[in-house]
Design a binder for this molecule. Structure first.
Ligand SMILES: Nc1ncnc2c1ncn2[C@@H]1O[C@H](COP(=O)(O)OP(=O)(O)OP(=O)(O)O)[C@@H](O)[C@H]1O
Ligand SMILES: [Mg+2]
Length: 272
């Protein structure tokens, strides 16, 4: 059952009456910072006290590889989709933080070359309905690049979508087309709220990077580009190598601040 609360439709399960907002992190292009944004925004949200579930829907298993090395041996999102006996709650992995849990991608060999042999829209719907009864406030879903296949099915279930975009001149041109495509997806999913673009890997000292950010801000409505920007910083590569969100690295507080700012904007847009 869907309930409309302050403009956002939330999943309401008849048994437990828990609400969960599903936020997809999506882009047309690869390597723009989706996984980095999903992990660190999820950490910021969990740190703020919201019960947060981070789901890795990228068959490459990037979230899992970043946060738990053994995750490739665990059942995960794709196992739950392809096997009715593996319920969503069976693939949730707790972390040391009480408010932060993960669903790794799982055994994805069959999907890594772009196919989705066992994934149906019904199995994706069932997965998120099951998540709806697990008591999470927000479920952040890291997706593979592109709006097709499993990602399209996830976007049909999502309440909101956030689009990371690398601050480089060639990249920004395709963003308005992508946002149009996402807005059109509301024909299938009227509750989908497009939160807009977050600029990633910005380099304020480099004129090309500054110009790319300015160009995007000029062509899109103000509310479609977040005020928070994620600077290019080696800390993200170090954090990823250690399997940690930047916020738990001793020297990561500066980078984490950008995600806390992004979180403030996201929470305001979602009214949570
Ligand atoms: N702000 C940043 N500063 C420096 N490096 C970054 C930043 N954001 C991401 N990276 C690095 O850039 C690479 C790509 O980032 P990431 O994996 O988050 O992108 P993605 O969009 O999820 O890629 P894919 O489409 O392959 O899933 C990674 O090596 C990551 O560590
Ligand atoms: Mg990724």
């Amino acid at each position: 059952m869907l309930l409309s609360v302050v403009g956002i439709h939330c999943r309401l399960t008849h048994r437990f009456q828990f609400l969960v907002i599903i936020l997809a992190v999506t882009s047309q292009k690869g390597g723009v910072g989706k996984t980095t944004v999903a992990i660190n925004l999820a950490y910021a949200l969990a740190k703020s006290g919201k019960k947060t579930l981070l789901v890795d829907s990228d068959p490459q298993g990037s979230v899992g590889l970043s946060l738990t090395r053994e995750s490739r041996t665990l059942d995960g999102f794709y196992d739950s989709l392809s096997s009715p006996s593996i319920q969503a709650r069976h693939v949730i992995v707790p972390t040391r933080m009480e408010t932060f849990s993960l669903v790794p991608a799982g055994q994805t060999e069959a999907y890594e070359l772009g196919g989705s042999p066992d994934v149906t829209a019904q199995s994706v719907t069932a997965f998120f309905n099951e998540i709806g009864s697990e008591g999470y406030d927000v479920c952040i879903v890291d997706t593979a690049a592109g709006l097709f296949g499993t990602t399209a099915m996830i976007l049909r279930e999502a309440d909101a979508v956030l689009v990371p975009q690398q601050a480089e001149p060639l990249g920004v041109r395709s963003v308005p087309t992508l946002l149009d495509a996402l807005v059109k997806m509301r024909a299938d999913n009227p509750k989908l709220k497009v939160l807009g673009v977050v600029m990633t890997m910005t380099m304020p000292h480099l004129s090309e990077s500054k110009e790319a950010v300015a160009a995007l801000r000029k062509i899109l409505p103000e509310e479609m580009v977040t005020k928070a920007e994620i600077r290019r910083d080696d800390i993200f590569i170090k954090a990823s190598a250690k399997g940690l969100p930047v916020g738990v690295m001793p020297e990561g507080s500066h980078a984490q601040k950008s995600f806390d700012e992004l979180l403030t904007e996201v929470r305001s847009k979602l009214a949570i």
